[in-house]
Design a binder for this molecule. Structure first.
Ligand code: TXA
Ligand code: MG
Length: 333
């Protein structure tokens, strides 16, 4: 363990002592960063107002942005939220996995977690370390992504340590996460299913399961508080290759131009303007999703002055989530 309290843990067979140590910190109201299949989460006791408040303080997160509660068993949700038949179908098909469901709350979960809303976001992650930790803790774990507010989500323990340092009591390190982007968030509180955030669970698969068309929310602030804030902001400008005049704009920023995408930089930068060490190429939309946040952090470390990112050619599968994160990372408000 180093000075940030990073504890290595086996991803498939997490060591009982490490899980117990982390669970004990949660029971005493502390913060534990832990791996999920999507990104690392910053966990606290989801039924304790004081513990939940520590999450907002550690991240610098606005308090009107509610947290997701993580469960290891569906029966534990029943006292806290109303579960419709449609919700049960989705849980059965996609849990454990990268899907978060917003349900009508029963008013039991503290307002520090729900940000005062009458709804509750619930998810069952599939990562064995996350499941073991929730089970051992004995209560649902409230966890946003374990980055400082506004930064790219962390997909490994190093990124958590870089962002949060000693503001977290312990980091469970099980290596890089498999999905790389956060869970898909669906609002199930109304007559129609509304997509609040595209993520690791493709909406085509959800539609095929329910037989219902999902409404794409147009950034409705009221319904999806998280969409109000700037997200995933790299410390250097990020431009999209689909934008008009991207090459001259990147060259005008000058210095070290970096590239990431599903093909090489040559189409946009035919004259070798992008040095090899600043070019990150992914073989599929799935791999783009896996590597997106890590690539942004890597290119920052390699002192890129501007990052140009390829817009995924198709919104299908993980392409929709990658597009969403790129759009937010590149927005300049
Ligand atoms: O994959 C994930 O979902 C990760 C891992 C750690 O589980 N967690 C995550 O949490 O991404 P966070 O806090 O970074 O994003 C949660 C999103 C935010 O956009 C938040 O506004 C929304 O879910 N949310 C939470 N509760 C909600 C509610 N009751 N109604 C609407 N949106 C809600
Ligand atoms: Mg987040």
């Amino acid at each position: 363990m180093n000075r940030f309290g990073v504890v290595p843990v086996h991803p498939w067979n997490p060591e009982t002592e490490s899980i117990e140590r982390a669970a004990e910190i949660l029971r005493s109201g502390g913060l534990v960063a832990f791996p999920t299949e999507t990104v690392y989460g910053l966990g606290a006791n989801g039924l304790s107002p004081d513990a939940a408040l520590k999450i907002y303080a550690a991240k610098g997160r606005p308090q009107d942005n509610p947290l997701i509660l993580h469960f290891a068993a569906c029966r534990d949700i029943e006292p806290l939220a109303h579960i419709s038949r449609r919700a049960r179908v989705l849980m059965k098909k996609f849990w454990p996995g990268p899907l978060t469901l917003v349900l009508p709350s029963k008013g039991v979960v503290p307002r520090e977690v729900t940000a005062g809303l009458d709804t509750l976001a619930v998810r069952m992650p599939s990562h064995p370390v996350a499941l073991a930790l929730i089970d051992r803790a004995g209560f649902p774990i409230a966890a946003p992504s374990a980055n400082s507010s506004g930064r790219p989500s962390p997909t490994d323990a190093q990124a958590v340590a870089n962002d949060l340092g000693d503001r977290v009591d312990l980091i469970l390190d099980a290596g890089p996460t498999a999905v790389g982007v956060e869970s898909t968030v669906l609002d199930l509180t109304g007559p129609e299913i509304i997509l609040l955030r595209p993520g690791g669970c493709p909406i085509e698969e959800i539609e095929a399961t329910t037989g219902e068309k999902i409404l794409l929310s147009g950034g409705d602030d009221h319904r999806s508080p998280g969409t109000r804030y700037r997200h995933y902001a790299p410390s250097v400008p990020l431009l999209l290759d689909r934008e008009e005049g991207v090459r001259p704009r990147a060259m005008a920023i000058g210095g070290r131009v970096a590239w990431m995408g599903m093909m090489g930089p040559e189409k946009i930068f035919p004259d070798g303007e992008v040095h090899e060490s600043l070019s990150i190429v992914f073989s599929s939309a799935e791999n783009y999703a896996r590597g997106l946040f890590h690539a942004i952090r890597t290119l920052e470390t390699r002192q890129a002055d501007v990052i140009v990112a390829q817009w995924p050619p198709s919104p299908e599968g993980l392409g929709r989530a990658v597009r969403d994160r790129l759009e937010r990372a590149s927005s300049r408000e």
